[in-house]
Design a binder for this molecule. Structure first.
Ligand SMILES: [Zn+2]
Length: 132
């Protein structure tokens, strides 16, 4: 694993990590991963994260957001998360490219991803594709 990589929560759990957001890794061990979270190093179980070696450049669509803390009710079906600044945003329609209200970056939207795939085992409610 290269020294610089990025990690994203892949299970719908509350652990102080924003669903759909990519975090800089501090270290990646066999069982644990340390991330830079709001300027602090925090350690998690490695198997609850997707890890990539190149900086992600596409919006994540978080479809199972009903359990997430501090989101507007109208986002319950889903929202997009910026790959650069991790800001959450509600896409209008189904744009292929979306500009971030936070960092002003322009990124593709990863519509074909099945984030929190129900076949992954942790969601009992079944997959519901978001409609915006
Ligand atoms: Zn952004």
């Amino acid at each position: 694993m290269p020294t610089a990589c990025w990690a994203r929560l892949r299970e719908d759990v509350d652990c102080g990590i924003r669903r759909g957001a990519w975090y800089d890794t501090v270290s990646v061990g066999q069982f644990e991963i340390s991330l830079a979270v709001h300027g602090q190093e925090r350690t998690f179980s490695r198997d609850t994260f997707d890890i990539v070696a190149t900086q992600p450049t596409r919006w994540t669509i978080v479809a199972h957001a009903s359990n997430a803390a501090v989101i507007p009710a109208r986002w319950a079906r889903g929202y997009a998360v910026c790959p650069q600044c991790s800001m959450r945003q509600l896409p209008m329609g189904r744009p292929q490219i979306l500009r971030c209200d936070g960092c002003n970056g322009l990124y593709e939207v990863a519509w074909e991803e099945t984030y929190f795939d129900p076949d992954g085992g942790s969601n009992s409610g079944g997959y519901k594709a978001p409609r915006f």
